[in-house]
Design a protein around this ligand. Structure first.
Ligand code: MG
Length: 281
């Protein structure tokens, strides 16, 4: 008899445990569900009314309205980095005819040789043409011989509209402040990662820039935005630019027109650039 009871209690206990566990699990699931906000329930008529109102306000397009204009047919570059057929070539390695010196307004005086241009301590240069929203491709190399440190090593910059700097720097094992390293929006946004190649190696930026918009009294009504790929790696993901990228002041917007030149910085280092092209957006 004792033997039978012992057997039965061994059998009962696990059953009890399972029942308790089920109760706890079931109870907590029910509790979690009860805590979740309930989706409001709308009748189909209510949904239709909201949709119609949004249409009247110009907030919606009919779901079945197809675009009426065929996208322009272009020829892409033969390989990544090559200019597509609708690009404006800013520098093809031969001459600086599309650039001017910002020091004296005359011809750009940087050295051109072997398919690249090189900073010669003659001041910043800028494109003669001006751009607003654009896609820019530019290749650059810092000096193979490493000199200086931090902001003093391989410094230049690509300034959209002549004002908003995507930093160019030798950031290969060269610590500096994070929002001042290569591919930063200078003193505003550090890059998402450091995708730098070694000194002397060619690197690429692919930049998508949306120009700021100002109202009639000069207030910025839409800040500029920028996306940057450094050597094919996304490093700035449509970030907002807070204003001009000064090194010694907080950023602020100074009203300007809808277009501006692309400026390259002479920061005293013999930086090289090649294969520069832009597409207006
Ligand atoms: Mg710079």
């Amino acid at each position: 008899m004792m033997h039978f009871i012992a057997k039965q209690s061994r059998f009962r206990n696990p059953l009890l445990i399972v029942a308790v566990v089920l109760l706890i699990v079931g109870g907590s699931i029910a509790l979690t569900r009860a805590q979740q906000p309930q989706q409001p329930q709308y009748t189909p008529q209510q949904v239709e009314e909201v949709r119609k109102k949004a249409m009247e306000m110009g907030l919606l397009r009919p779901a079945n309205e197809a675009p009426k204009k065929e996208p322009t047919v272009i020829t892409p570059g033969a390989k990544p980095g090559d200019p597509p057929s609708d690009a404006i070539i800013l520098f093809d390695g031969k001459d600086l005819s599309g650039w001017k010196s910002l020091r004296d307004g005359g011809n750009a005086k940087w050295l051109v040789q072997d398919g690249y241009m090189q900073v010669t301590r003659t001041g910043d240069i800028a494109t003669k043409q001006e751009f607003g929203d654009c896609q820019l491709h530019i290749e650059w190399a810092t000096p193979a011989e490493v000199k200086g440190e931090s902001q003093g090593r391989g410094n230049s910059g690509v300034f959209l509209m002549g004002r908003y700097e995507v930093q160019v720097l030798d950031s290969y094992q060269n610590p500096t402040y994070f929002h001042g390293q290569a591919a930063s929006v200078y003193k505003q946004h550090a890059p998402l990662v450091n995708a730098s190649r070694k000194p002397g190696e060619w690197q690429t930026y692919d930049i998508i820039f949306t120009a700021p918009v100002f109202d009639e009294i000069g207030n910025v009504t839409r800040r500029a935005r920028v996306t940057v790929f450094h050597n094919g790696v996304l490093v700035q993901n449509n970030v907002e630019i807070y204003g001009e990228t000064w090194h010694d002041r907080a950023p602020a917007y100074i009203p300007h027109g809808p277009t501006g030149p692309i400026k390259l910085q002479d920061h005293g280092n013999p930086m090289r650039f090649r294969n520069i092209w832009v597409r207006k957006l």
